[in-house]
Structure formats: structure tokens, C-alpha cells
Design a binder for this molecule. Sequence first.
Ligand code: PLP
Length: 451
Amino acid sequence: MTLQPNPQAGAAVKAADRAHVFHSWSAQDLIDPLAVAGAEGSYFWDYDGRRYLDFASGLVFTNIGYQHPRVVAAIQEQAARMTTFAPAFAVAARSEAARLIAERTPGDLDRIFFTNGGADAVEHAVRMARLHTGRPKVLSAYRSYHGGTQQAVNITGDPRRWPSDGGTAGVVRFWTPYLYRTRFYARTEEEECARALEHLETTIAFEGPGTVAAVILETVPGTAGIMTPPPGYLAGVRAICDAHGIVLILDEVMAGFGRTGEWFAAGLYDVVPDLMTFAKGVNSGYVPLGGVAISDRIAATFAERPYPGGLTYSGHPLACAAAVATINVMEDEGVVRNAARLGSEVLGPALHALAERHPSVGEVRGVGMFWALELVRDRATREPLVPYNAAGPDNTPMAAFAATAKSHGLWPFVNMNRTHVVPPCTITEAELKEGLAVLDTALSVADGYTV
Ligand code: PLP
């Protein structure tokens, strides 16, 4: 790891970025991207020699941390052997990646359609469901994110949809369980679960069950706030879908590949969807890759009838070689077990202890290396620390929280009034404790904005 400062090089990187790079989700003149010089394991550093512990795993994708030597070597070897090849051929890295993924997905999700990332995985899962059922509508959660392409962003239940909302394009949204801010006047998890299922059932009845192709849910909603579903909810959704011939799509783009301390979050809840989307952790984002894991029933629809969809880079050999190496590393190094153990023994208890001391923490929820702290102005009323979708001066408390964390060497994940603690699944106990100490300091700043 080289931390040699080189501010001049950093300034050149920054200048070219500001002149020519058009960044995602941003007002271009109002952003100030950090110039990153390098990264290794759970850390990255800038050109001034400042190092950050990455509690965000990039955008929640570096499940094995940065620059894992075995994955870097596998990419180099694949580049030397066969850098690219068209998708219609059988290619060793692609075949092996599909086999390793299918062995780990639940139930009969044994066919893998590869995409370049999460949003196009969602696009294709929805297309498969519509073609399989011959029905037009998709039901999705208000609190969700499914990707930035046109259909995926229309399915999305957060404000990133609004500027591209094409009259919702065959999508109907519904409320999912979230006891802390219940839509169902529930007082217990059991009430929340039962009422959320009744709400879904009624929504389907009034939409017309024969018009609904799919229900799509993040198994554990990610960016929307890591609301781990109450026991029985996903099984209940599965039963409702079965009763009406509706395809259940679980989106595991963020929750999959070890994040929750299981290979897939579906394993935590013992539910098998008809289609499951993945990306991010499949190869920790070392080379772009996503996909749809397909059940036998849906694969059969396209056994004799062509599937009308594809991508030039479907199952790109470099990306697949990275996936093969990543999955083998995760298996050999017990990465999924590490996430589960540190989540239940260290991170979970430590976050609950922070909540005891900091009045700005309204709720702590999560599992594995997938946790959210919901920050509030007032614990009694649960008023969020900043309003929904706050920007500019309205967002000052969260901006101050994040700035404090960064100034102490911790890169936090911040969304609206929440900070998510989503470090690499390879993180060590000592690194976690280092980050938790900074979180303690940053939460004291958030406390200053409580009533
Ligand atoms: N689905 C979920 C649950 C996600 O969290 C994301 C990205 O954060 C996506 C889909 C979109 O993935 P991508 O950004 O790779 O297109």
C-alpha cells in the first residue's frame, strides 16, 4: 500500500475530471469529487496522503475489499488468455461463473442470464416475467431502488424516479413492512407483517390479479433503509404470488453475495423466488457484471421460444473470471461467515450501544455487514434529522455528520436521514472498532441538531 502524497498528480486528476467527466445523479457544478490515488482491503487514500476506512464499500459492492490479489491475478490471467468473446459461444470463465453462482442461489434458480450490472438485470427479470405470464403490470415497493435505466428507475420507489417517471410504465407501488414508520398503525412486528400482507393482497385484488406479471422486492431493502423484513413476510408474499400465478422477483443486487452473512438474503428467510437479480458483490465490482438467476419454470418458457433480449457483453470473460475468483476467495477465506459473525457479535451490539448514548439515533436495524442508523431530531416524535429528500441548507445536519466522519478518516454511507454501516465483508474486528470510534464522534455532531 503506497500512501506517498502527490498533490500535483491529484490536482491534474481533479482538473481533468472537472473539465470532462459528467457524474451520475449530480448537479455538475455543485460537486467536488475526491481524487482517489489508491485502495487496498478496507481502505482507500487520496493524493494528499489522507486515508479513509470505507464504511460504504464503494456503493455497497466491494464485499471482498479493494485489490484482492487473487482476483486481480485472475483478471490478469484471463486478459492474457482471452480478454473478450461474443456471448453466443460457450466460454470457460462464463460457464464456470454460471455454475458457481447457480450452486449458491436458492432452490431451482439454476440458469444464469448475465448482464453488465444491476439495472439491466432488473430490466431483463421484468421482461421475462411479463413474457412468461403474458401480463403487463409489475408491483414494487415505495421504499426501494432497482436501478437507473428507464424501466428500472420507473420501478424504483425513491425520489430518483421522479425526473424520469414515465407515468410509471406499467408499475404499481405498494407499502412494505417498516414498523419504525408504520403505514399500518401497527405496534408490533406481527401486526406490521399481517397488515402489510393484507395490503398487498388488496392491492392485487383491486389491480386485477390477471393483470399482474410480477411482484419485485429487494429481499432486504438497501438504499431505502435496510428494513429487515419481519418473520413470515416474504413467505407470505411468496404464497400470495403463488395463489395468483404472479412471478416473484427478489432483487439481491445489494443484499446478495455475503452482505447479510448469507450467500443470498433469501437464505435468511427461507424463500425461493422465481427470478433473482444480482450484481455488485458477485465480483465486488472489479469488472462490471450482473445477472438474473432463473427458475426451471421460467427457463422452460424460453426452451422452445427464443428469449427476446441480449447484450453484446453478456457474460464478458473478464467479468466472469473476476466472479469465479471472487466466489472462490469468499469460500476459501470464510468471507460470508466473517460477515455473519462480526455482524452479530461485534457490529450489531456496538451500534446498539451507540444508540443508547446518542439521542440522534432513532433506530438501529440490520444483519451481517448491512446496518442502518436512522437519525432523528426527536426520539419521541421520530421526526427525521433532515426532511425526506432534503438538499442544500435543509440537509445541513447530515452534511455535518458526514464531514466529521471524513475528517476523522471514515468514509460513511449517507442517504437522507440515515447512515448505513456497510463495510467490506472481509473487514477485521480491529478495523470495525476503528470505524465505530469515529462514528461515535460524528454522532455527537448529529446530537447537536436534536431538540
Ligand atoms: N437493485 C438494487 C437493489 C440496487 O441497490 C442497485 C444499485 O444500487 C441496482 C439494482 C442497480 O444496480 P446498477 O447500479 O449496477 O445498475
